[in-house]
Design a protein around this ligand. Structure first.
Ligand code: GDP
Ligand code: MG
Length: 442
């Protein structure tokens, strides 16, 4: 799996200022493979990876996550955003009936979906009518009627035995019928071909023109993978659609088709079908699909937990130290500088406290270079010096400066800044701010 591969790529790289290009490249390579294995179309993969690299390049290293986890987190966020950025509800007509037309290749699952959709709508108090406009296959009308009976909704179909019917006319007539019979919604099932062909596209386009639907849902089999892109494009050009339904998600498909179709057509995925039964149907969940595409639901859970624990531990630890200024060490100081640069928990904590805005500003002024130098100086100290900076006398300062390649004045400045910060901490603790100790009590 992807998580196995990734854990092989990274050792623990915590504490670096930023993700290195090599870290990002290595992770991007693995994610690229995962996306291709999930059957995401190549051009979509390329675009997506480029976007990820750009975002990851600017990201600060998180203390809670290793670089691989951090990039995956970004990838997951992007995937969820793309898959669900514009998730929206069905659009309803101002004057009923609301018309939903289904389009897609034969076998995609349109007729099955028609039943599921009708049942789902019925459960919400609507009175849907199913309309059989697939007059291509001899058994198609009957199939829809069976589905409709199971769903407990009425089906509108042409009289049998009249030779080849005209699906456009059936569609048009069905709207009149729905209006008279007080159906507030109409679901139009259409014919599909095994491949894309001009005649079928024209028929679907004619039906669309005749019934002027609020929604045209492009139904696509998630198992088809790469082909989904071409098919979606053809339907987009030939008929046009307002939303996508993925079917057969109960199969072993990784769901890359979802990402491809979404990216290529820009239309939202609205529903998902995952079985042959009426109830195997749901609105589309971008987060589930993202973890399916990445194949790493467990890893994502771990990432979430790691972050939550880290934030909480850190906040508790710091809150305790803040109330007792003299326990505040140079290690903490460095942590804080980094935290504030990340605008992490401590940065926010300080910012929210009365009178601390100033200090936050002072600390926030350190730029990345400054931060690196500060980190280098502190790392050049012995553990005893970091714990108890009072012992850092002149000869120690010289040793530290030489060891970390800075001037003695830099070390002086750092130590001064530290004591100043600690004094503020002490005052803050003395103020007995409400809530400061609360967290550690839980
Ligand atoms: P249509 O030609 O687009 O109308 O497709 P159908 O609705 O007739 O479905 C084609 C086949 O796929 C049928 O055997 C359905 O039972 C099956 N099918 C449809 N949706 C799903 C699904 O979500 N999961 C599974 N496993 N089978 C499905
Ligand atoms: Mg059908």
């Amino acid at each position: 799996t992807l998580s196995d591969r990734l854990s092989g790529v990274f050792t623990n790289l915590r504490g670096k200022g930023r993700l290195s290009d090599a870290d990002i490249d290595a992770t991007a390579r693995e994610i690229r493979i995962a996306l291709l294995e999930a059957d995401v179309a190549l051009p979509v993969v390329r675009q997506f990876i480029a976007r990820i690299k750009e975002r990851a390049g600017g990201a600060e290293v998180s203390k809670a996550l290793n670089p691989a986890q951090q990039v995956i987190k970004i990838v997951n966020e992007e995937l969820v955003a793309i898959l669900g950025g514009e998730t929206r509800r069905l659009q309803y007509a101002k004057q009923p009936p609301t018309v939903i037309m289904l389009a897609g290749l034969q076998g995609a699952g349109k007729t099955t979906l028609a039943g599921k959709l009708a049942r789902w709508l019925r459960d919400q108090g609507h009175t849907p009518l199913l309309v059989a406009c697939d007059l291509q296959r001899p058994n198609a009308v009957n199939q829809l009627q069976v589905v409709g009976e199971r769903a407990g909704v009425q089906t509108y179909a042409p009289e049998p035995g009249n030779g080849v019917g005209d699906p456009v006319r059936v569609a048009r007539d069905s709207i009149d019928f729905a209006r008279r019979a007080q159906h507030d919604m109409v679901v139009v099932d259409t014919a599909g071909r095994l491949g894309i062909d001009a005649e079928m596209m024209q028929q679907a386009a004619d039906i669309r023109a005749a019934v002027d639907p609020q929604e045209v849902l492009f139904v696509v089999d998630a198992m088809v993978g790469q082909d989904a892109v071409n098919t979606a494009q053809a339907f987009q050009d030939g008929v046009g659609f307002t939303g996508v339904v993925l079917t057969k998600l109960d199969g072993d498909a990784r769901g890359g088709a979802a990402l491809s179709v979404r990216e290529v057509t820009g239309q939202p995925i609205m529903f998902a079908s995952n079985g042959e039964k009426l109830e195997d149907f749901d609105v589309f969940h971008p987060d589930r699909m993202a973890s399916r595409i990445l194949g790493m639901g467990d890893m994502l859970t771990l990432i979430e937990q790691a972050e939550r624990h880290f934030d909480q531990d850190e906040a508790e630890r710091m809150a305790a130290k803040l109330t007792a200024g003299n326990q505040f060490t140079l290690e903490d100081f460095l942590d804080q500088l980094q935290a504030i640069r990340r605008m992490g928990p401590i940065g926010n904590l300080l910012g929210m406290m009365p009178g601390m805005g100033q200090m936050k500003d002072a600390l926030a002024q350190v730029d990345d270079k400054d931060l690196d130098r500060t980190a280098a100086i502190i790392r050049g100290m012995t553990p005893a010096e970091r714990e108890n900076p009072k012992i850092i006398n002149g000869s120690r300062r010289l040793r530290i400066a030489t060891g970390s390649g800075v001037k003695v004045s830099d070390v002086n400045q750092l130590v001064d800044r530290f004591f100043e910060a600690r004094k503020m901490m002490g005052q803050l603790g003395g103020m007995g701010l409400p809530g400061m100790r609360k967290r550690s009590a839980t």
